[in-house]
Write a protein that binds this ligand. Structure first.
Ligand SMILES: *[C@@H]1O[C@H](CO)[C@@H](O)[C@H](O)[C@H]1NC(C)=O
Ligand SMILES: *[C@@H]1O[C@H](CO)[C@@H](O)[C@H](O)[C@H]1NC(C)=O
Length: 288
């Protein structure tokens, strides 16, 4: 079997989040397995857990704009009829519908709405780090302008609690250290399957300089982030397309992760497409 076929298989099976590959890729992080990486003892873990459980509402109510896009990506509701996701999500799966308003993809809760139109950012590109360049006739190296807009056949019945449209956060400058996060259904390890239950990841904004060592990073259309203590969350296969959220507003779209996608490990920096850089295009397409 030619290696390109193997690559395609691997990517489609895992997905798409991994779009980027050497240097880029979305990989994951074992979000809840911080013990192995950080050596916390049982008491520490218990404290962290209790604290979380006491102060936090269900993850889908913290991230009511988060949806499952197709079968292998996340997305963000930005209006009753428009979902924002990652362009690379269309490379391996057809994305025919979204599942909104739920924290579980398998138990019949939430609403599935069909997509009638997909609009990829006109400047979107990917390179041979992600894919076999010859097979896909891709000339450039790098994943840029990784934005996708999906128009739904019928409007979502937004309820203000589990299904909400996120406003766009188009601030051009984001202060390093600002606390942000995303929610999705991605795998908990490289090559794993999508998780049924929605999970949330705690991240913070990094300065562009803090990602300048990443081969394909460019602050013009990307936002650099890393996980916060104590878990040092990252991202994994299937988290692609998920919205980077602060105070209910969406400022980025999960695009790739540092390192190769052969591991999804805590602490790996996560790169999001920068909503501010595509603000005019989003408005032009969606009127939002
Ligand atoms: C799932 O979502 C429902 C509706 O928001 C909520 O009542 C429930 O507590 C959530 N379950 C979990 C495990 O967060
Ligand atoms: C669906 O899953 C969510 C999250 O695990 C849970 O809170 C909810 O009770 C489940 N609903 C049903 C109908 O099983």
């Amino acid at each position: 079997m030619p290696s390109s076929v193997v690559n395609v298989f691997v990517f489609s099976a895992l997905f798409v989040c991994n779009f980027v590959h050497a240097g880029v890729h979305v990989h994951n992080v074992q979000p809840f397995d911080y013990r192995s990486n950080f050596n916390l003892d049982r008491n520490d873990i218990q404290i962290v857990k209790n604290k979380k459980e006491n102060v936090q509402s269900p993850v889908n109510e913290q991230f009511p704009s988060a949806v499952l896009f197709g079968r292998t990506c996340g997305g963000t509701i930005i209006s009753p009829t428009w979902i924002l996701s990652a362009a690379h999500c269309t490379l391996f799966t057809p994305g025919r519908d979204v599942l909104a308003g739920t924290n579980n993809t398998e138990n019949g809760t939430g609403l599935r709405h069909r997509i009638k139109r997909l609009v990829v950012h006109p400047r979107f590109s990917v390179g041979p780090y992600w894919l076999n360049a010859n097979r896909f006739n891709i000339k450039q190296v790098g994943a840029r302008w990784d934005f996708l807009l999906a128009e739904l056949e019928s409007p979502l019945p937004l309820d203000g609690k589990t299904m909400v449209a996120a406003d766009l956060d188009d601030r051009a400058r984001l202060p390093p250290g600002e606390q942000v996060g995303y929610a999705g259904f991605g795998a908990d390890r490289h090559g794993g399957v999508m998780r049924e239950d929605m999970h949330a990841m705690d991240l913070e904004i990094l300065a562009d300089e803090d990602c300048s060592d990443l081969l394909e990073y460019d602050g013009a259309d990307m936002i650099c982030t890393k996980g916060r203590a104590p878990r040092y969350d990252s991202a994994c296969n299937g988290d692609s397309g998920s919205g980077l959220i602060r105070n209910g507003k969406v400022l980025g779209v999960a695009s790739w992760v540092e390192n190769d996608a052969l591991e999804c490990k805590n602490g790996a920096r996560v790169v999001f497409s920068r909503v501010a850089s595509a603000r005019d295009w989003i408005k032009q397409v969606t009127k939002v």
